[in-house]
Design a protein around this ligand. Structure first.
Ligand SMILES: Cc1ncc(COP(=O)(O)O)c(C=O)c1O
Length: 397
């Protein structure tokens, strides 16, 4: 962000601050935590298999860990230079101008803020179904209509239907690859959406999982000044979900509207770890291969055992048809100390599975076989933490 933009924005935000409603930021972690509590009270057993939150079990790379450790004594400092270094490293790698990028502690915040900025009572939020719920939550809080467009028969975004869903769409959300299915949206479809979307609507392209896949990134649309907002996070391939670092990339005039809803100083350890991760040229190909190998082995095992079908994921999660009530399968798996992902209302027999370590997936296989050979278990209703319960929200099951 240029000094000018930041100064202008700061004063605008400060002047308008009293008019801005704060919203609780809903993350994958909250959703997984709510599920875990449903099954075993407050605490996850230390030896539990946690394949319910699309986390990366490998954690931060060695360079990121070294940066974090070396910065502990500096924890008393704000040290904005570390954020500047992070931004310049990212911008240089991606060929972006600095005023097109804002860092946040994860991409959940800019995801919410983009939806708040560009939807309203008259400007709906259009999303794929099943799709990641956080944007729906923000749209709901904003009083915006939520239009859910079913995935195609191959479980990809039905971009044509999404674009046609509302002439007044405020935000059309494309998660590429999609959470929860792991399926990708190809370049032609994204181009179609940019060319044919209603005038004034924003295409929000969430690339949280892009590095696991062969999908083409969409940053060049931002560089070409299109009505596109791209989200990136270090929570997935870089294994920094608990460290918290992400980015929003868009035209400066769009970013100003996003920032209006919130900005903060970045945690110094997060930006230093993210910089070290970007500088590690091997981490993406290495981790992409590890994830793909374990995912392929899991798919082979499912196929050999006549389980499924499952979605053609290119990511670290996939949806698996249990051919039963998915919530009961979840509960039964939890009893075996294997915590699998949630069920989406549109697909009640499917559960989301995160690709864990080889050992995680072996334990998953053993437990899944036992569950499939047994009768279903009972289930308590899902209870989000109280701060999320103020507004009724019906997009979880
Ligand atoms: C699709 C998608 N977008 C954004 C996020 C936000 O992640 P974070 O706030 O950890 O960067 C997640 C988290 O799982 C996600 O699945």
């Amino acid at each position: 962000m240029s000094a000018d933009l930041s100064r202008r924005s700061f004063f605008r935000i400060a002047a308008a601050a009293s008019a801005v409603a704060t919203v609780p930021i809903l993350t994958e972690g909250h959703l997984a935590h709510a599920q875990r509590r449903r099954f075993m009270g407050r605490h996850v057993p230390a030896d539990a298999v946690r394949i319910d939150a699309n986390e990366n079990p490998l954690g931060p790379c060695s360079g990121a860990c070294a940066s974090i450790s070396s910065l502990i004594p500096e924890g008393g400092r704000y040290d904005g230079e570390l954020t500047e270094k992070f931004m310049s490293t990212f911008c240089e790698m991606e060929g972006l101008k600095s005023e097109y990028v804002i860092p946040y502690a994860g991409s959940s915040e800019p995801l919410h803020y983009t939806v708040l900025a560009f939807t309203s009572k008259d400007k709906p939020y259009v999303t794929a179904d099943p799709g990641y719920e956080a944007g729906m939550r923000a749209a709901d809080l904003n009083g915006a209509k939520i239009i859910k467009v079913p995935l195609t028969s191959t479980h990809t975004h039905d971009v044509k239907a999404m674009v046609a869903a509302s002439p007044n769409a405020g935000v059309i959300y494309i998660c590429n690859p999609n959470n929860p299915t792991g399926t990708i949206t190809n370049r032609e479809d994204i181009e179609y959406a940019i060319t044919n979307k209603p005038k004034g609507s924003i295409l929000l392209i969430d690339e949280a999982y892009i590095h696991f896949s062969d999908a083409t990134p969409s940053l060049d649309f931002v560089k070409a000044d299109k009505d596109v907002v791209v989200l990136r996070t270090f929570s997935k391939i870089y294994g920094m979900a608990g460290v918290r670092c992400g980015l929003v990339v868009a035209r400066p005039d769009l970013l100003e509207k996003v920032m209006f809803y919130g900005m903060n100083a970045m945690p110094i350890m997060a930006v230093a770890a993210a910089t070290a991760s970007l500088q590690d040229k091997d981490i993406i190909p290495q981790r992409k291969k590890i994830n793909a190998d374990i995912r392929t082995q899991t798919f082979e095992w499912l196929t050999a055992n006549n389980y499924g079908p499952f979605t053609a994921s290119q990511s670290n999660c996939f949806m698996l048809d249990t051919k039963r009530d998915g919530k009961q399968v979840q509960a039964a798996m939890a009893k075996k100390n294997v915590y699998i992902g949630r069920v989406w209302p549109a697909w009640p027999t499917y559960v989301r599975i995160t690709v864990g370590t080889q050992s995680d997936m072996q334990k998953f296989q053993a437990a899944y076989k036992e569950v499939m050979n047994s009768t279903a278990a009972g289930l308590e209703p899902l209870q989000l933490p109280a701060r999320f319960a103020k507004t009724p929200f019906t997009h979880f099951s």
